[in-house]
Ligand binder design. Structure first.
Ligand code: IMP
Ligand code: MG
Length: 426
């Protein structure tokens, strides 16, 4: 029997590592791509022969007409933004014949966005700086057992009944009033969304089983990054889903032993959008230079991303949780022409004692990194290389140093530019 090939693609940092590019590459010959968790708070950019696309909810395998694209049970699905994204993609010739939405995915509605906003306001200086897409409140409702699953869109009347019940609870618990807290607000939309999405909502379990049996190639497309994971990230400055390997399996409904590759995506420097500790942050001219050069502004919110040196301590922590087999180092072109680069190899606490990666956000903010320095490279040197071996020695040494911080993992991809062919496969 042919063995299935199942690869999980996971952000190793705080999101925005360039997963889109790697998923796009792997999806080109994948039979099934599954998005397992998160919602439209995620965003990644794919640049292919059809142009540049900013994806939020639709799995990146959508560009290959032969690939089945599943949005799994673990996804927080905002039907309004999904329909908008599908419309935009559809206008550019993308077909959705192979899109499947798990009936178990939880729906995000405007009241979730409203609650996200009001919670952030109430948090004051302790705010998380969420993307305000209502993702936290959607998962709160799921855990509270008052969430609305995608299957309800197949029965608009029942969906409205459930909405009325849930919104009555919300009005009771929230000391606020707003039109989005009344069922009438959703009446037309639920019918519209139901009609537009009904053909996509179908069970995924047998499809996954059959493809595992056939020995198909799967890609589990992670959203966000390891350090934003609800359990393992820098709590409370995290997102509301499990963005590490276990979360991808649960959200997809996939037997864990089917997995044979865990690809960790690491940007060649560090970025973070939103609040929370970031020991290697460069709050200076170099940081500004990298931000400008790398267009480091959020795909979802447009916010400027915080920029820093590569954090090897955080990378090792991410490796301990995910067990990466393969590493992709992305965007080494962004670092071109910086003379001296640094990688954090250890932390010290405020008393000067060495410390491991602390997930307590307050302690993380106090960590002082110890660095090793590396020689940089030029843009011209990078542009010439079409294989890893053709890269300048300094760039190779830098990528290898990143991977050395994660014992047992091997370097498999290096990103040297945005375009599809600017990916060195090793
Ligand atoms: P939420 O996911 O909107 O609740 O936001 C929680 C935190 O995660 C905030 O700091 C966001 O900026 C961050 N976040 C959520 N999704 C992403 C992502 O895809 N990339 C980077 N940061 C993200
Ligand atoms: Mg992103």
């Amino acid at each position: 029997m042919k063995q299935p090939q199942v690869s999980a693609v996971i952000g190793g940092q705080w999101g925005d590592e360039g997963k889109g590019k790697i998923v796009d590459y792997l999806a080109a010959d994948a039979d099934v791509v599954i998005r397992s968790q998160g919602g439209d708070n995620a965003g990644h950019t794919v640049l292919n022969e059809r142009g540049k696309f900013g994806l939020h909810l639709v799995p990146a395998g959508i560009f290959n007409p032969d690939t089945i694209n599943i949005m799994g049970a673990g996804v927080a699905l905002n039907p309004k933004t999904l329909l908008k994204e599908m419309k935009e993609l559809g206008e550019r010739g993308v077909s959705f014949d192979n899109l499947i939405i798990s009936p178990k995915a939880h729906l995000a509605f405007d009241y979730h966005l409203f609650i996200d906003q009001s919670q952030e306001h109430a948090r004051g200086k302790n705010r998380i700086e969420t993307t305000k897409r209502g993702i936290g409140p959607t998962y709160m409702d799921k855990a509270e057992r008052i969430g609305l699953q995608a299957k309800l869109l197949l029965e608009p009347d029942r969906c409205m009944e459930e909405l009325a019940r849930v919104l009555a609870l919300k009005r009771k618990h929230l000391d606020q009033d707003n039109e989005v807290l009344y069922p009438e607000y959703y009446e037309d939309f639920v019918k519209e969304a139901g009609a537009a999405l009904k053909d996509f909502i179908r069970p995924t379990e047998r499809i996954i089983e059959e493809h595992l049996h056939k020995g198909s190639r799967f890609v589990l497309e992670g959203a966000h990054g390891t350090l934003l994971d609800l359990d393992h990230g820098t709590y409370p400055m995290v997102t509301a889903s499990n963005s590490t390997v276990g979360g991808l399996l649960v959200g997809a409904g996939m037997p864990p032993l089917a997995l044979n590759k865990v690809v960790g995506i690491f940007k060649s420097y560090q970025t973070r959008v939103g609040a929370g500790g970031m020991p290697t942050e460069l709050d200076n001219e170099l940081g500004e230079h990298i931000r400008t050069r790398g267009h480091e502004f959020g795909t979802t919110t447009g916010r400027p991303r915080r920029v820093g040196f590569f954090d090897g301590v955080a990378a090792l922590y991410a490796h301990r949780i995910n067990g990466f087999t393969d590493i992709a180092v992305t965007r080494i072109d962004t670092l071109a022409d910086v003379k001296e680069l640094k990688i954090a190899t250890g932390y010290k606490d405020t008393a000067g004692w060495p410390t491991d990666f602390p997930t307590d956000n307050t302690r993380l903010s106090d960590c002082i990194p110890a660095y090793e320095s590396y020689e940089g490279w030029t843009e011209a040197e990078i542009a010439k290389a079409s294989t890893f071996d053709e890269l300048p020695l300094s760039a190779k040494a830098y990528c290898e140093a990143i991977v050395t911080s994660m014992p047992g993992a091997k370097l498999s991809f290096v990103g040297v530019g945005q375009a599809r062919n600017q990916l060195l496969v090793i």
